[in-house]
Design a protein around this ligand. Sequence first.
Ligand SMILES: Nc1ccn([C@@H]2O[C@H](COP(=O)(O)OP(=O)(O)OP(=O)(O)O)[C@@H](O)[C@H]2O)c(=O)n1
Ligand SMILES: C[C@](O)(CO)[C@H](O)COP(=O)(O)O
Length: 241
Amino acid sequence: MSLMPRLWLIVPAAGQGRRMGASRPKQYLDLNGRPVLAHTLARLHRAYPQASLRLCLDEADAWFDPAWVPFVDWRRVPGGQERVDSVTRALDDLAGSAGQDDLVLVHDVARPCVHIDDLTHLLGVLQDERVGALLAAPVADTMKRADDQGRVAATESRDGLWHALTPQGFRYGMLCEALATARRAGIAVTDEASAIEALGLAPRLVAARRDNLKITHPEDLSLAALILEAQARERDAAIEE
Ligand SMILES: Nc1ccn([C@@H]2O[C@H](COP(=O)(O)OP(=O)(O)OP(=O)(O)O)[C@@H](O)[C@H]2O)c(=O)n1
Ligand SMILES: C[C@](O)(CO)[C@H](O)COP(=O)(O)O
């Protein structure tokens, strides 16, 4: 019996936020009155209300509240050592439920400012894109390579360089194969696209807004707060037009 293609969402949220250096993992820090995690899940739900969610959480997580999850169909999955291990565990959890051609979108919990229009656009692109696709933004700064003294060793060309953002979306079967192949080959992958690339395939870059910030360092939290306020003003202005 063939399964109907479904939309699955994996949200890795099992990180410790070491670079943030706060008293709790960054996904539980307050952002304009709600935890970062609640913002991220609310955004994803607005764009993909029909999706089934797998939320990767640390087993020792003491902060999570299921009331922050707006999805009807969702499940908690234990996180792994690294981001890629958390995502792999979520994919393992889908075995037997997901069809090989089902779409899987992976989105960092630490990116609460992802814009609804970009989420919708990405899903549209993925309908016809067999290799998969990711939100991305062209590099805008001059790029320097450092030597081990902290001095400039070279100025690198930024031609063709993009920032990889999330979500990143792939067919279930291909993503499982890519991550398993990378693991066997000992290739360290920091996003899903790099595992697909290691198979010799080329995921599509989908140009996205630059304000899809990954909250990583302390100053990112106040930046994210400003971005959310600016986006709310944009929405209000669009409604008034
Ligand atoms: N073992 C891990 C590590 C990271 N993540 C998730 O992967 C995303 C991107 O990781 P990053 O920004 O590096 O988050 P942290 O690992 O929390 O941060 P740090 O590296 O500073 O500790 C985050 O949503 C994080 O929660 C995860 O699910 N499992
Ligand atoms: C997946 C990712 O957000 C793409 O930019 C990023 O690689 C995750 O961050 P990490 O610091 O490598 O975990």
